[in-house]
Design a protein around this ligand. Sequence first.
Ligand code: 13P
Ligand code: SF4
Length: 343
Amino acid sequence: MTTLYDKLKVLDPEYYTAERVRPYEDTIARIHKLKKERNAVVLAHNYQRPEIFEIADYTGDSLGLSLMAADVRDADVIVFCGVHFMAETAKIVNPEKTVLLPNLAAGCSLADTATGPDVAARKAELKQTYPDLQVVTYVNTTADVKAESDACCTSSNAVSVVRAMESDHILFVPDQNLARHVALNVPEKTIIAWDGFCYVHHQITPESVLAMRNQIPGIKILVHPECRDDVVALADAALSTTGMIEYAQASDAQNFLAVTECGLSDMLQINVPEKTFYRACKICRFMKAISLDDVEQALLGMKFEIEVDEPVRSRARRAIERMIDLTGSQRDNLALPRNVADE
Ligand code: 13P
Ligand code: SF4
């Protein structure tokens, strides 16, 4: 029988020692019992620590998690193992449920680059030049920024959402790299980018990706569109985290490089064990803030409860619903980023 230790040590033998992993099994059993007592479900983002996947009812990317959160019916409590804006999104789409974020250190420096009042001011300023301007907001934002938006998007549907907007002038908030990726793929529209970036993806360089391509012939390079454009340009596919998992499962290739947060390489190794995943990844300190102990404490103490006040919640919900109306649960399916496909 494969033990949890056997499973985790493959991912990182120096970190996942027997002494570290042994107590996890007891904590996981206690969490399963608490979930039943509290009638709770656990939703986890693909970047979470791999031991968190053991207690998750659903793992996915931002789009999948938003759809799943909206769909929670029978449970009373959603424990969100991700970051603050994701838990907030769950509360926005399913306000009847108690939403818990197990560790308040799980913020997001990208989301912190935009505030509602700043976006409202920039929108008013740009409308003087482009009266038809619309605001498309990446879900990696606070509720008050979503409330200022015409539609939300995630990394998996940003291109389709922008393409489907009525206006040809779009203020895209807050990730400048995703905005460039959208601009490249929707050249018929003017995209005005906010100046935020994700510190995790922005630090990945083309040199590190090229080194891997030269070292492993035939390797498939999957890049998250939060990376810089000179890194996305090297990709075989620019995809959301779940898009990368689906690509690796469907591809005939044997070797892959997932250029994103390191949790995704763990996720790929767990889900597609017959293939090889090389690493040029970086750790997000926010995504890694939540531990199994935090989840246990969250369920014991019913903390930390996420609230979103009206009217911000309803206005933010409209922007999320617009995204779903425009694209359904469809992903962009950008097998090749435009600049590579065009070569
Ligand atoms: P996706 O899982 O939607 O690709 O998002 C990545 C991310 O950076 C979340 O913070
Ligand atoms: Fe925010 Fe980047 Fe971390 Fe995602 S990976 S939570 S965007 S800092």
